[in-house]
Design a protein around this ligand. Structure first.
Ligand code: ZN
Length: 217
């Protein structure tokens, strides 16, 4: 089974990728991990990525493509995998297709976790954390609110929102997501690989739906 997981930030695809790995034995490939590992090992493309990371720039599409290609060029290349966070654009998808063709590892499915923007905003921008060093407690307006609004249960410190959890940041990430996937979704649909999953609900329910969809591929 070789599958790509797509979906907006906060849709839970990372959690599902972990479950697919644990229960179905698929290798969970996240580009963040690949990137860190290439940098640590000092591979040719790892050095390029390191330059970008150290100067505070985004790692380019080309470099990410090369890092994925490098992983698949190894003798222990993943035969069965759940790809999480890649490809993000059609340009990356074309590059990944070419890599998979070289090793005769065709994709079985591209699973799209669908979730309304407003749900994502509520889910992500409801997160609050305690800034007190050594506390690090986290809360959520809907699922785990603090006893007293705005204050840490454990130490009474004023709660703050991380930059990533602010509504404006979440909205900006969604704009990028929709821009990129506007091309990517029809691309995989055209190849007959796209499978939609309702991303709202319990983690376990979503997992069972995903499993069922994958089994029918
Ligand atoms: Zn605290």
């Amino acid at each position: 089974m070789r599958v790509i997981l797509l979906g907006p930030p906060g849709c839970g695809k990372g959690t599902q990728a972990k479950l697919l790995s644990k229960r179905l034995g698929l290798e969970h490939i996240g580009t963040g991990d690949l990137l860190r590992s290439a940098i640590r090992q000092g591979t040719v493309v790892g050095m390029k990525a390191r330059t970008a990371v150290e100067s505070g720039q985004l790692v380019s599409d080309e470099v990410v493509n090369e890092i994925v290609a490098e992983r698949f060029a190894r003798i222990d290349r993943p035969q069965r995998f759940a790809m999480d966070g890649y490809p993000r654009t059609v340009m990356q998808a074309r590059s990944f297709d070419a890599v998979l063709r070289v090793y005769a590892l065709p994709l079985d499915a591209v699973v799209l976790f669908k979730l309304e923007d407003e749900h994502i905003i509520a889910r992500l921008s409801g997160r609050w954390s305690c800034p007190s060093p050594g506390c690090k407690a986290t809360y959520h307006n809907a699922s785990y609110p603090p006893r007293q609004h705005g204050f840490c249960d454990d130490c009474g410190t004023n709660l703050v929102q991380r930059e990533d959890d602010r509504e404006s940041t979440v909205r900006a990430r969604l704009v990028v997501y929709h821009r990129d996937t506007a091309e990517l979704i029809p691309y995989y649909k055209g190849m007959g690989l796209l499978r939609d999953i309702d991303g709202q609900g319990e983690i376990e329910t979503i997992f069972q739906q995903t499993k069922k969809v994958l089994e029918s591929c």
